[in-house]
Design a protein around this ligand. Structure first.
Ligand code: DAH
Length: 362
């Protein structure tokens, strides 16, 4: 056997025996590196006679290519094996359930809003929204508030500083004091029949155990050709039963005054107190929960609707108060104190979506 054949045999055996990429690299450096055996052999070609150089050079080049190819093949095989081993150990079972106790809770106000939306959407209502920063027209004038009505005074309303209105006059914006301005925005842009609820933030300069400067309301509005108080009563009674998750609720409508409805009524629901708990539905006591009425003809006219053609009803209630009642939460100010322990206690599981099929709350 020539020594070149010998060298080939030894080098290829080294390649075959290498079990890691690092060991293979050692073999490569030992054979083809600057000082490797094959490279050293190449350097001896210069001292040979032209005849010798021709045969020895060709044989060495063939050897060099063979060894390089063997190393490449082995390297690919080792890399594949390493990948297979890694895939086997890093297997991930995507069918496993996610962590059993998700972090984070749904705030009772959000929960209550979602419950209200679930109930009214099942009755065919859409959700409408409007801006928190309003003008006097939408918050008061279009809703038939007389110019000297006490609700416009600084006492209740947060006003912004006066600015030029661009037409030579002055104008001051305000934080909406109720969700009713969205009635106006809706009637001015949509053709009846209208069936909407309007959940949102509202603002009044007031603070005690049952009042906060920012609170939440939900407004309802139905406009159609033949709408009457019977529809209003039926809708609100159905809502109360669904919301309080009871089979029957006693309701009472008491005459009241709102500038934007005529006639107007406040609705009371029956309840009783058992120990510390309030039971909604039956019982001899009455609690006021909302304001309502038939949309005033002036309001319809202000929105370009003909009161001889269309009538409608509207109602408005406090979401925070509904949440306090349903979930037995004593102090409204805690709602907005951002206390994680409070939220842990009164909050809801983010994976439970309120819906009428599986129950609103758990
Ligand atoms: N906007 C009234 C308030 O904030 C609530 C209200 C009463 C809304 C009667 C209505 C309604 O739509 O018909 O006190």
């Amino acid at each position: 056997m020539s020594d070149i054949e010998q060298l080939e045999r030894e080098t290829l055996a080294g390649v075959a025996a290498a079990e890691t990429i690092a060991a293979l690299e050692e073999v490569r450096v030992g054979a083809l590196g600057k000082k490797g055996v094959i490279s050293e052999r190449m350097k001896t070609l210069g001292k040979m006679s032209p005849e010798e150089r021709k045969t020895a050079g060709a044989a060495l080049n063939v050897l060099k290519d063979k060894v390089a190819a063997a190393i490449e093949t082995k390297k690919a095989a080792l890399e594949n094996a390493a990948l297979d081993a890694r895939l086997a150990t890093e297997k991930l079972d995507v069918t496993l359930p996610i962590a059993p106790t998700p972090k984070g809770r749904i705030h009772p106000v959000t929960q209550t809003m979602e419950e209200i939306v679930a109930i009214f959407s099942a009755m065919g209502f859409d959700v409408a929204e409007g801006p928190d920063i309003e003008d006097d027209f939408h918050n008061f004038t279009a809703l038939n508030f007389p110019p000297d009505h006490p609700a416009r005074e600084m006492h209740d309303t947060f006003f912004f500083n006066e600015k030029d209105d661009g037409e030579g006059g002055k104008k001051r914006m305000l934080l909406r004091t109720h969700t009713s301005p969205v009635q106006i925005r809706t009637m001015m842009t949509r053709k009846p029949p209208i069936r909407i609820i309007i959940p949102g933030r509202t603002f009044r300069c007031d603070s005690d155990q049952t009042h906060t400067p920012m609170f939440h309301q939900v407004e309802g509005l139905v406009i159609d050709r033949e709408t009457h108080m019977g529809h209003l009563k039926g809708t609100l009674e159905a809502f109360c039963k669904a919301f309080f998750e009871v089979d029957s609720v006693k309701t009472r409508f008491r005459p009241h005054f709102f500038p934007f409805t005529e006639p107007s009524a406040e609705m009371d629901i029956g309840y009783e107190r058992v120990g510390n708990e309030i039971r909604i539905g039956e019982g001899a006591k009455w609690m006021e929960i909302l304001g309502s009425g038939m949309v005033h003809p002036n309001v319809l006219r202000n929105c370009g609707l003909d009161p001889d053609e269309y009538q409608g009803f509207a109602f408005g209630m406090g979401i925070d108060r509904l949440a306090m009642l349903k979930y037995g939460i004593p102090d409204l100010r805690d709602f907005f104190a951002a206390d994680a322990r409070w939220l842990e206690h009164y909050g809801f599981d983010p994976l439970d979506q309120p819906n009428l099929a599986t129950g609103l709350s758990r």
